[in-house]
Write a protein that binds this ligand. Structure first.
Ligand SMILES: Cc1cc2nc3c(=O)[nH]c(=O)nc-3n(C[C@H](O)[C@H](O)[C@H](O)COP(=O)(O)OP(=O)(O)OC[C@H]3O[C@@H](n4cnc5c(N)ncnc54)[C@H](O)[C@@H]3O)c2cc1C
Length: 595
């Protein structure tokens, strides 16, 4: 009994704090011991049961000393209640119903079996029908970090370090207002920092990192709308709206990006019958260079709305935005391999007017660019084949890392991908939730090092009827310069409703090019050369290129691709006369127009 007292003391004095610490993030102690809802992990279960048993022995000893032997019987019911509550939540963590606990009624073997299961079996990653994973560490999507102390802002490629004057990480509107009002000189704005060409920084600027400005302001499941602060990431929104069976209407394939960054580039995803994210934006609150707040929408100050969305922070800081949501439907994967020159008619006949099609993309295979695999996810009532509603996260993605390395570095890597690996990967039937399919983590693309080489994106857009015109031109540039292309993913977008920097001036196909490049100055120069050739090629097909990537385009190419840029610049001059809001784009294409 002494041992019991010692153990109990130990827990009360020491491990109660550990317990508190362990459970703090997920549930309070009363929920832990009395509620049958939710999930707990193995460590929490172990500590909680140890606590209950030692507590029981200690209290039994105490009561029996005071009131005689049988008096402690009253403890049995509360004890069993607490033990069951803890065990049921552990079963939930494994994705199983709490009824499994009835197995303890099988003499001897039952309790042993149940205990071994509860203590040893891993919980499901991500959320399941009983709630979010208790392992909060895993809900930590990749973020681009940089050196706050040294004042260096970089982006995901790690090839654009920029020394800024100071970095702020505000959490409230008033803080942002103070930064803007109480400072002079240039300001740069950063969201997720996944743009790849210095769009989030400017030398000597005050850098406002928006990622901690990330609260959900208002969510109406009834109206299918949500208003969020601009540093909120898509993955944060998904966790809030998923249990109402709602989904983000338009976003990128990966969910690490912030709303502010995504609206500023007017991003797009793999959706069918949608396009630039502006098609899902109801209104935006803008903070201008004098710290004033202005509400803008298609009907209130439209001249500003169409410059804020897709304006790369030229007019000011996006403070918050109200977005439309969509139903979180089940989608089933279908795929077909085609010759590249068969794709346009396939798309027009099967995808373009197919109201069931939710996601679609076609991956053109390097190094020949003559074949592609078209993948479509259509609405279905079939049973879900994936246990998770939201994409479960991993701390590392060694298999993905290996494949990207093999595709880009080994002699037959691209061939193996097309003829061995993908046929196996795509042979499986898949039915996912829409939210699951829009929940990828950029971490899956991360190489072991970005020191000597790095993975980079570029993107080109052509009117859909120019598909066959552009593909051979693109292939010729890649072949001529031996570009190490890993993938070209084709997506579809409807026309932009009126942004000054519209990349979808008509209904377009987007060609998302994922490639590997060296990080030396010479490598960067080489990339600049073939990028400008590719921009000429896309312009000759009546197309445009995308601006969140390395700004290699000449000023003439930029204005050719974005003929309304000067209209945006005029508004910028009025709203930001001292050219405070800056980044690599505006330093390169706006500053010279001021001279
Ligand atoms: C792996 C990967 C996949 C991608 N896939 C896609 C895709 O499918 N579709 C697509 O369209 N793009 C894609 N992108 C490109 C692009 O970088 C992102 O769409 C978007 O920029 C990312 O958002 P972010 O939060 O990282 O923005 P950031 O890179 O931080 O910022 C982008 C721009 O927005 C400005 N900005 C950021 N926050 C604010 C704010 N609150 N107010 C005003 N201006 C602001 C910045 O100054 C900058 O100019 C991808 C990028 C990567 C690395």
């Amino acid at each position: 009994m002494k041992l019991c007292v010692l153990l109990c003391d130990f827990f009360v004095q020491l491990d109660f704090h550990t317990l508190n610490f362990q459970f703090y993030c997920y549930m309070n102690l009363s929920s832990l011991f009395f509620s049958f809802n939710g999930r707990i992990g193995r460590t929490s279960f172990f500590l909680a049961t140890l606590f209950l048993w030692t507590g029981l022995f200690n209290i039994v000893f105490f009561i029996e000393t005071l009131a005689g032997k049988v008096s402690a019987v009253v403890l049995i019911i509360p004890f069993l209640w607490c033990l069951s509550a803890v065990s049921v939540k552990r079963y939930h963590d494994m994705g199983k119903t709490g009824r499994n606990l009835l197995l303890v009624l099988i003499p001897v073997i039952g309790p042993v079996w149940v205990f071994l299961q509860l203590i040893s079996k891993k919980g499901m990653r991500g959320s399941n029908r009983y709630g979010e994973s208790p392992n909060i560490e895993l809900i930590n999507y990749a973020a681009v970090s940089f050196d706050k102390e040294a004042g260096i802002v970089n982006d995901v490629t790690q090839i654009n370090p920029v020394k800024v004057k100071q970095i702020f990480t505000p959490t409230a509107v008033e803080e942002i207002k103070d930064i803007v009002k109480n400072s002079t000189g240039p300001i740069s704005i950063g969201g997720g920092h996944f743009s790849m060409g210095g769009q989030t920084s400017s030398p000597g600027s005050i850098h406002i990192d928006m990622r901690q400005f990330n609260k959900i302001i208002n969510f109406s499941a009834l109206n299918k709308t949500i208003r969020v602060q601009s540093g909120t990431r898509w993955c944060d929104i998904q966790r809030v709206i998923d249990n109402q069976n709602l989904s983000i209407k338009i976003m990128q394939t990966y969910s690490n990006f912030t709303v502010g960054g995504s609206l500023s580039v007017n991003s797009h995803g793999r959706y069918v019958g949608m396009g630039p994210v502006i098609l899902s934006v109801r209104s935006v609150t803008l903070m201008t260079a004098d710290g004033e707040l202005i509400e803008v929408s298609p009907s209130i100050h439209p001249e500003l709305f169409y410059g804020v969305v897709g304006g790369y922070g030229a007019l000011g800081i996006i403070i918050d935005a109200e977005l439309d949501l969509a139903e979180n439907v089940r989608v089933e994967r279908d795929k077909v391999k085609l010759k590249s020159n068969q794709y346009l008619s396939y798309f027009k006949e099967n995808i373009r007017n197919n109201e069931s099609a939710v996601f679609h993309n076609a991956d053109i295979y390097p190094p020949h660019y003559t074949r592609l695999r078209a993948v479509t996810w259509t609405k279905t009532d079939n049973l879900i084949t994936e246990a998770y509603r939201l994409m479960p996260l991993q701390k590392s993605y060694p298999i993905h890392r290996y494949f990207y390395w093999a595709f880009s570095e080994t002699h037959t890597g691209k061939w193996r991908r097309e003829f061995i690996i993908e046929p196996i990967l795509y042979s499986k039937k898949k039915v996912h939730w829409r939210n699951y399919e829009a929940g990828y983590d950029v971490a899956e693309l991360e190489p072991s090092s970005r020191k000597k080489s790095t993975y980079v994106l570029q993107e080109y857009f052509v009117p859909i009827d120019k598909f066959d015109d552009f593909v051979p031109k693109m292939a010729a540039v890649f072949k001529k310069h031996k570009v190490n292309v890993i993938n070209v993913s084709v997506r579809h977008a409807l026309a932009d409703p009126g942004t000054y920097l519209a990349w979808a001036q008509k209904e377009v196909f987007a060609f998302v090019v994922y490639y590997k490049q060296g990080t030396s100055d010479k490598d960067k120069e080489t990339v600049g050369i073939w990028t400008r050739e590719l921009i000429d090629a896309v312009l000759s097909s009546d197309g445009t290129y995308y601006l969140p990537y390395q700004p290699h385009a000449t000023a003439a190419q930029f204005h050719n691709a974005y003929p309304r840029a000067n209209e945006l610049f005029k508004i910028k001059q009025k709203l930001d006369p001292d050219f405070r809001f800056r980044n690599s784009l505006w330093n390169k294409y706006y500053a010279p127009t001021l001279a």
